[in-house]
Design a protein around this ligand. Sequence first.
Ligand code: COA
Length: 255
Amino acid sequence: MPFFDFKKKKIFYHLIEKSTQQAMIFIHGAGESSYIWKNQMSNLMHDHTLIAFDLPSHGKSSEFKKISIEIYVDVIKALVEHLQLNKIILVGHSLGGAIAQTYYFKYREDVAALILCATGARLRVSPMIFDSIQNDYSEFLKILPVGAFYRKTLKDIIEDFVDEMSKTKAEVAYQDFSFCNEFDMLKKIRQIRVPSLIICGNADKLTPPKYSQFFKAKISNSTLIIIKNAGHMVMLEKPEEINLAIQDFLKNNRL
Ligand code: COA
């Protein structure tokens, strides 16, 4: 699996190359890694080049002294230039959705479509999350699934997710949640002009369906899919339904 250089550090990315012009870039959320997109990278039926990468200080990417949403956006821009991509479809989960929105407003000409998955235009974070990460990160990871997954999700899916999250440093996860907490695009969303697919689980407690309904109401060319019996980690919980929703969206919008 390849890496590319960004500010003299390494960024890991998983690439599935296809012959068409368009690429989909998958952006993970707070404290996560490209792992969360494993079911899309392996099973999505598509004609697009697929890229899932690890944000700075996450997964297999190098540790960075300073991180911010702007740096995360710049990493994507560098990736787009490195791979000489033309029009991209940004797929963002939670914080990744905030990064996708920020990228869109900075480099709109690059973006063909947005897929906003379990995210929002504003992402205030409960003080309990900050306290819990600060006090005991392993304890936080034990309680996180209660908020992040639908209650009947298979134990193996949850355990693998917690195992992956435990590889992220507590201070990095803390900073990621701070970026979410400061994020607010409520007033700009109606300026989004590209086709947008909005996906969320009906039982998502971290970014409730109300956030996705807000996107649907404000983005003129948008499709909302609410997945039943799924929580915040909807792409791990209901991969087949997510992949179908993405495939239909690509087809219906001739992407
Ligand atoms: N889209 C649409 N509406 C939104 C929104 C979004 N992305 N984010 C907030 N709002 C709305 C809320 O529904 C609320 O509307 P209301 O006054 O009609 O009820 C209003 O804006 C203010 O909400 P919020 O900004 O969240 O502030 P708050 O003080 O009411 O609540 C929290 C703060 C942290 C308790 C709350 O945001 C919460 O429970 N968050 C979810 C849990 C969490 O930590 N998630 C992590 C996300 S990464």
